[in-house]
Design a protein around this ligand. Structure first.
Ligand code: NAD
Length: 474
């Protein structure tokens, strides 16, 4: 057996809530890299039998029990106490309810998505503003103010949100070094924001192109994806949301500001799965991605805001631009045609992925003197399979970031509620790098005005290529 580095020792119990594509991919990584953790101290609580055979083969207690508002305390109380760790990798279980519970019990916590209870993302009785990620995050920030010294609860630490916040910081340092700037590494939020401003970064796209493909094509009335179908459908139905940059001069006709909270982000009056944007990645070249709402669009925009009193001096525009695997694109098209009513069947690809595809996931920092710089992972399915069992390229980028976040939380147990932007990016990247395949930084002269207006006249703002108006596909 290969010798794996134990990044940290953990003497407590570990409880997985949810054991779908991400939970199953995380398990081998925590057993490898968290020192002293034995199967006897791990319990899985989940709503279906997915992953049962894997868990039982490893000698791990597997409890099939869907959690809800009424039963979660009763179910979890015997399993969770001081010094334990709750890993929430489920859909439909409220992150904030679990965090409160972990704080009462003295346990650490990490999730990869800020989840409401079932139905919260698509409750038509709530306004689009209230079912946004912005609103969920504001609730989380209010909870944080209640108990600043509580046990560490890491919010939204997968690949994106999660890893990408750390990639942004490394990308900024790379830009500064390439520009010959003599800087010392920023030591506070304000200093990071000042560096982004000084470099002139106008936009940050989380630019992802997944080219993994199955041996059995998508069937009619089926949603196919390389990670949670339910998760993707939920977030795809939320309003499109983006951190709204200080350079923007063209407020979208269907754009809305929230009437509460910090004001770093806006939303559009349409679902993210119906909103497309132009972006670029090194292997993909230029492509259209879905502007699916994600926590990082809001937290990164907020983190890098420079204020002068109440006035915003600088903020980048930040959003996701996601080209999922081709089967998922066709699935979204079918789903939209059914007026956002889910197909009868779903399939998360793993063993049936054919050789050759990659998940190219990184951050595109643009609008600065060198135009655009993409920094990220180009992990292939073949390399993912060599690196870890029960993983695709997509899941491994998420799962190793879960591991990195857990290591940091165990090492920093009393930090209260923490967003990825507030963590030690070097520590997390150290843990993640061996599992990300090639991690590359590449400059590009592409911008969203490139090759436009060739076939039809278009309404463009030619004074600044990096206006969201030019980025959005209308
Ligand atoms: P999945 O659909 O494969 O699995 C979901 C799991 O949740 C299943 O095991 C299911 O049984 C369980 N579950 C559902 N309802 C439950 C309930 N009421 N109580 C307990 N368990 C319940 O999803 P996945 O791909 O493993 O994703 C898990 C989570 O991670 C989702 O929230 C998803 O949005 C998030 N995610 C984040 C990133 C990121 O990069 N940040 C990437 C992928 C997935």
């Amino acid at each position: 057996m290969a010798n794996h580095t134990a990044h940290v020792d953990f003497p407590g119990r570990l409880i997985f809530i949810g054991f779908g594509s991400i939970g199953q991919g995380v398990l081998p990584l925590v057993l490898r890299h968290i020192g002293g953790l034995t199967a006897a101290r791990i319990t899985i609580v989940t709503a279906d039998d997915s992953g049962r055979a894997q868990a039982e083969a490893a000698g791990i207690t597997f409890i099939k029990q869907a959690l809800n508002r009424e039963n979660f305390r009763l179910v979890l109380e015997p399993m969770i106490g001081r010094g334990d760790f709750v890993l929430n990798l489920s859909v439909d279980v409220s992150s904030l309810a679990l965090i409160r519970f972990c704080w009462e019990r003295g346990a650490l916590y990490l999730d990869t998505c800020l989840e409401p209870w079932a139905g919260g993302y698509t409750d038509p009785s709530l306004s689009p503003s209230r079912r946004s990620n912005y609103a969920l995050r504001e609730e989380a920030l209010a909870l944080r103010r209640e108990r600043p010294q509580a046990p560490t609860a890491v919010l939204t630490h997968g690949a994106n949100p999660g890893l990408v916040s750390h990639l942004v910081k490394q990308a900024l340092l790379n830009l500064a070094a390439d520009a010959g700037m003599a800087i010392s590494e920023p030591a506070s939020r304000e200093q990071w924001a000042a560096l982004a401003q000084q470099l002139g970064v106008k936009v940050v796209h989380v630019a992802e192109r997944d080219t993994q493909a199955p041996n059995i094509p998508k069937r009619t009335d089926e949603f196919v994806n390389t990670w949670s179908v339910d998760g993707f459908i939920s977030e795809g139905c939320q309003p499109a949301e983006l951190g709204w940059g200080s350079h923007e001069r063209n407020f979208p006709r269907d754009g809305r500001r929230h009437d509460f909270g910090g004001g770093a982000a806006i939303y559009l009056m349409q679902p993210g799965a119906a909103t497309r944007v132009r972006t670029w990645a090194p292997k993909a070249g230029p492509f259209h991605g879905f502007l699916i709402t994600h926590g990082e669009a809001i937290s990164i925009a907020d983190y890098f805001t420079v204020r002068d009193g109440d006035r915003v001096d600088y903020r980048p525009t930040v959003h996701y631009s996601y080209h999922p695997c081709d089967s998922a694109v066709v699935s979204v098209h079918e789903f939209a045609g059914r007026n956002w009513r889910q197909q009868s069947h779903k399939r998360i690809l793993l063993d049936e992925i054919v050789s050759g595809g990659i998940d190219e996931l990184g951050v595109l920092l643009a609008g600065h003197r060198r135009n655009a710089y993409w920094y990220g992972s180009q992990l292939s399915i073949d390399e993912a399979r060599r690196l870890a069992p029960h993983n695709s390229a997509t899941s491994l980028q998420v799962c190793v970031s879960v591991l990195g976040g857990m290591v940091w939380a165990i090492e920093n147990p009393g930090r209260g509620l923490v967003e990825p932007d507030e963590m030690d990016f070097r520590r997390v990247l150290d843990v993640c790098m061996p599992y990300l395949g090639p991690v590359v930084g590449e400059y590009s002269d592409w911008n969203p005005l490139h090759d436009r207006g060739r076939l039809f006249p278009e309404d463009l703002d030619e004074s600044d290529p990096w206006q969201f108006k030019n980025v959005r596909v209308v």
